[in-house]
Design a protein around this ligand. Structure first.
Ligand SMILES: Cc1cc2nc3c(=O)[nH]c(=O)nc-3n(C[C@H](O)[C@H](O)[C@H](O)COP(=O)(O)OP(=O)(O)OC[C@H]3O[C@@H](n4cnc5c(N)ncnc54)[C@H](O)[C@@H]3O)c2cc1C
Ligand code: FES
Length: 266
């Protein structure tokens, strides 16, 4: 018998790791296949459902790094290890990994946007021959809003990684003060010989100005990839909630090349 593609499954919370006061990582039992950059629909009975990116995954689990902003996420933050949440998916296209192989890869991310690239960065950390090198510019508002502190340190020390971490308006050791866009000039695009790809994820305003900043630095549109968050319902291309013109963000995305994504930037 065919399985209902939108039927959620009860899955146990294996662990909860607070990252900040309002952003926690939930490790949830999962044996379904996950690709880097995909998302799942997380639901609580009688409360609702929300799309959340997989921030990590491995044998028997998937991680979600969630900001508490509304009814579903409030409900999730009231749960404890051992409780169940309902999952369906994974959905979406994920990052185009083959485009990144043997290239210089640049990732610019802000705030919870870092969770949408975390598993990808870890994949390139665990196999440092995958890309020629990896240039990270990750920005947070202040020291209280920093996610994945231990991972940031680990990535900074990786031989083939070049990491710049920024705080919007706070001075702290190991951090640059300013917006991620202030540091685009530090990426040596001219030395890449055209052999590179850029990834941008973050709040809409950050994606807009980072995209424009990359174009100003001479990066061709088709070398830029973005992941978009849009209100969703079915997540399988049926209801039209996420539709913009002919594009279904749930099905055709959430990852888009900038040649298409530029019309989705708010
Ligand atoms: C592909 C994708 C991946 C995502 N990945 C992540 C992720 O990894 N981590 C993460 O934290 N989020 C992620 N999101 C965003 C997340 O799905 C949304 O924040 C979702 O709305 C949370 O659901 P909620 O029910 O908790 O919040 P909601 O109740 O839907 O509230 C969401 C926002 O709307 C505002 N709001 C709610 N009700 C009202 C109202 N009546 N009037 C005005 N404003 C209102 C809230 O203040 C809040 O800012 C992702 C979204 C997409 C599409
Ligand atoms: S969420 Fe239903 S079509 Fe995309």
């Amino acid at each position: 018998m065919l399985e209902n593609p939108i039927k959620p499954h009860a899955c146990e919370i294996l662990d909860i790791l607070p990252q900040t006061e309002t952003e926690w990582t939930f490790r949830v039992a999962n044996d379904r296949p996950v690709r880097h950059g995909q998302f799942m629909q997380l639901s609580l009975p009688r409360i609702g459902e929300a799309p959340i990116s997989a921030s990590g995954f491995g044998s028997g689990y998937v991680d979600f790094t969630i900001r508490k902003v509304g009814k579903v996420t409030d409900g999730l933050f009231s749960l404890q290890k051992g409780d169940s949440i309902f999952l369906r998916g994974c959905y979406g296209n994920g990052w185009p990994l083959e485009r990144f192989r043997n290239k210089h890869v640049v990732i610019i991310a802000g705030g919870t946007g870092v969770s949408a690239v975390k598993s990808l960065v870890d994949m390139m950390y665990n196999d440092q021959s995958y890309a020629k090198d990896l240039h990270l510019i990750f920005g947070f508002k202040n020291t209280c809003s920093v996610l994945f502190s231990d991972d940031l340190l680990r990535w900074k020390n990786a031989a083939s990684f070049h990491a710049t971490y920024t705080l919007d308006a706070e001075e702290a050791e190991g951090w640059q003060k300013g917006l991620v866009t202030d540091f685009l000039g530090s990426i040596p695009f001219a030395s890449f010989g055209g052999d590179y790809e850029c990834i941008v994820v973050g709040p809409p305003i950050m994606m807009k100005f980072t995209g424009l900043g990359l174009l100003t630095s001479g990066v061709p549109e088709d070398h830029i990839w973005m992941s978009f968050e849009r209100k969703m319902s079915c997540a399988i291309g049926k209801c039209g909630h996420c539709r913009i013109d002919e594009t279904y963000v749930c099905l055709d995305g959430p990852v888009f090349n900038y040649t298409i994504g530029r019309s989705l930037v708010d």
